[in-house]
Ligand binder design. Structure first.
Ligand SMILES: Nc1ncnc2c1ncn2[C@@H]1O[C@H](COP(=O)(O)OP(=O)(O)OP(=O)(O)O)[C@@H](O)[C@H]1O
Length: 634
């Protein structure tokens, strides 16, 4: 058996390291400034252990020499001696981070660089790079390392006034954009804003410092949170609410997440949270750090615990990332709990804007679902004319701007719902108004559902918890029977109800429509209504959803005839003699047939079940019917 060591041909691997690892040329600046910041942290760490002097004023300076086409990044950090240059610079993929952490026994890793590759991104923009460096430790000399992008370097003694490092980039002709102060200024803003250290360009500090998310929430006012949001996301209006993440256990995570005020559809794909590592901007398009349903959130997450890949433009998707992501969703769930408990009115004001996030989150993530169970609310419609005081005093209702809101469990408790009794909901106050009025006059409480998201969310709740059953307000109407109303029975034993059913069924001549006759004692009840039995309607809705169209009126439906209504009573009367006697063809009475069809069309019209052509027909038939009625009323 032969054993050996795999070797890498530097000539071939060098171009890969220089070009392939990083996608964007501009990130060389982020890498070099991060190295400078790390060097300053290392110097501070070493000085605390008494190994060197700390610098008075840590800073990173960027200088441009237009004539010579040189960009210089200088720091007053720890610097390097010749041995360290050979170890950390000449050996690719060798970082000093671990050694520092071990040597100075630091548990919390505050360094940005770990892979030992970042420095080489400078060869994406420069055809020659010099490092002029003087170590802070011992009485070190200054060294000048130079490399033209080939695997060959030179290292010689040199001069530098003080401790620290200059990285000198001789820019390629095609990368001359990086000699423009405005370009560098915008890169400093992008990558160095909120760094703990001043980054100067031509003597002027360019970066914003003191990130608010590093402060204690008690030190910040609402205005501070809003100001940061507006700085990060200009022209976006104020955020709805924010969550200040500020923990060191189990993860070191600082940050502020905002629920934006979204106009139109939420962008569920984009991911606009800015990721920082130790106050150094890493990326604004990292998606894995929050669960997918929270992607429309904005703001900042700053953590050294997030495992970045080499290019720092993506995450290593591992258990830790998943665990951080569920930690963040837990924090959000806790914030919602806190708001509903302590600021219920404010919560109802923002609820419409955040409910889609929360409901989709619950559907997608079981743990989140359990956490937000009692933070999911519905506007609820009650017949407050009857006993306003009772409702106003009811602690299980949230009152806000003349509206009432409830959680589902409170609804159940308030309405004494056990076993088979269902939660009644209304998805369209106008389209379902007849049924809604009847329910309210029967003292039922009706929750308002969102026609889009709840079409998915309510069946999901039923599936998850068999104690919850929902029924749309127009799926069936309880008989509001007038106890005194007497049924007249003819010689064949047929009642008014049977006769009406016969007459109308014959007149409609449509076996997909089930005619049901009931007494609806409510004053609000119309002569007839379309009812859509719950399961039948859901199947229809689902079909429409699959075909991506609006669910229309299902072919199969129930026509509920209210025999208490004067119109129906009248219909009964005019057919009383003729039709019941004439068993062969009960709709021989053309007026009765026209009235029955009119009643049906009006019921369909009120649920939006007539198309344009049918509406025109309705107008013609109406005119016809009224003419007939006028003839008979001479
Ligand atoms: N400005 C500097 N001052 C002092 N040491 C530096 C400086 N720049 C680089 N070094 C040393 O060179 C090493 C390699 O740097 P490089 O940027 O290639 O990788 P890194 O920063 O350690 O890791 P990463 O690839 O994750 O950025 C660093 O770990 C550090 O020891």
């Amino acid at each position: 058996m032969e054993k050996g060591e795999i070797r890498i041909n530097t000539e071939n691997i060098f171009p890969i390291i220089k070009k392939a690892v990083y996608s964007d040329h501009e990130i060389f600046l982020r890498e070099l400034v991060s190295n400078a910041v790390d060097a300053i942290s290392k110097r501070r760490m070493a000085s605390m252990a008494g190994d060197c002097e700390n610098c008075d004023e840590p800073q990173v300076k960027i200088t441009i020499d237009r004539e010579k086409n040189i960009l210089k990044i200088s720091d007053n950090g720890i610097g390097m001696n010749d041995e360290e240059i050979k170890k950390y610079i000449n050996q690719v993929a060798f970082s000093s981070a671990e050694e520092f952490l071990t040597k100075y026994k630091k548990d919390n890793d505050e360094f940005i660089g770990h892979f030992g590759l970042g420095f080489y991104s400078s060869f994406m923009v420069a055809d020659k790079v010099n490092i002029l460096t003087k170590s802070a430790i011992g009485n070190s000399k200054t060294f000048n390392w130079s490399c033209d992008g080939s695997p060959n370097f030179t290292l010689e003694e040199s001069e530098r006034d003080s401790v620290g490092t200059d990285v000198i980039l001789h820019l390629m002709d095609e990368e001359k954009e990086f000699i423009e102060p405005e370009r560098i200024k915008s890169l400093i803003k992008k990558y160095c804003d909120f760094m703990p250290i001043d980054v100067l360009l031509e003597g002027e500090t360019i970066n914003k410092k003191n990130p608010p998310w590093r402060k204690q929430p008690s030190e910040l006012k609402d205005e501070d949170y809003i100001e940061l949001y507006k700085y990060l996301y200009p022209f976006q209006g104020d955020p709805l609410l924010w969550i200040h993440l500020n923990t060191d256990y189990p993860y070191d995570i600082q940050g502020i997440l905002y629920f934006p005020k979204l106009s139109g559809r939420a962008d569920w794909e984009k991911g606009e949270i800015k990721l920082f590592c130790n106050q150094v901007f890493v990326s604004d398009s990292i998606k894995e750090i929050v669960p997918k349903y929270l992607l429309p959130l904005r703001g900042v997450i700053d953590s050294t615990d997030i495992p970045l890949n080499v290019s720092r433009s993506a995450l290593q998707t591992d258990r830790k990332v998943r665990s951080i992501s569920s930690f963040i969703s837990k924090k959000i769930a806790n914030k919602l709990k806190d708001l509903i408990k302590n600021s219920p009115e404010f919560y109802t004001e923002i609820w419409d804007s955040i409910s889609a996030f929360i409901k989709i989150g619950a559907i997608e993530d079981e743990k989140f679902a359990d956490l937000v169970e009692n933070s999911i609310i519905f506007e609820t419609i009650i017949n407050s004319d009857k006993d306003v005081k009772k409702y106003l005093d009811d602690k299980s209702l949230i009152k806000s701007k003349e509206k009432f809101y409830t959680t589902l469990s409170n609804y159940k408790e308030r309405n004494n719902i056990v076993d088979s009794k269902k939660i009644i909901y209304c998805s369209d106050v106008i389209g379902q108004s007849s049924a809604l009025k009847i329910c309210l006059s029967d003292n039922k409480e009706v929750i308002k559902s969102d026609p889009l998201i709840d079409a998915q969310f309510l069946p999901w709740i039923e599936n998850k918890n068999e104690n919850y059953q929902f029924q749309r307000v127009d799926s069936e109407i309880n008989e509001l029977e007038d106890k005194d109303s007497k049924e007249i029975v003819d010689k064949d034993g047929k009642s008014n109800t049977d006769n009406l059913k016969d007459i109308i069924s014959k007149a409609l001549n449509n076996d997909k429509v089930t005619v049901k006759v009931q007494s609806l004692n409510s004053k609000e009840a119309p002569p007839a209504m379309i009812l859509l039995p719950e399961q039948m309607r859901r199947i229809n809705d689902m079909g429409a959803y699959m075909e991506q169209k609006m669910p229309g009126l299902p072919e199969y439906h129930v026509l509920l005839i209210n025999k208490e209504h004067p119109l129906i009573a009248g219909l009964n009367k005019i057919t009383g003699n003729k039709i019941i006697l004439d068993k062969k063809d009960p709709v021989e009475n053309p007026l009765a047939s026209k009235i029955a069809n009119h009643v049906y069309d009006m019921a369909k019209l009120s649920v939006g079940g007539l198309d344009q052509e049918q509406i025109i027909n309705l107008q013609n038939n109406n005119a016809d019917l009224i003419s007939d009625l006028l003839k008979t009323s001479k």
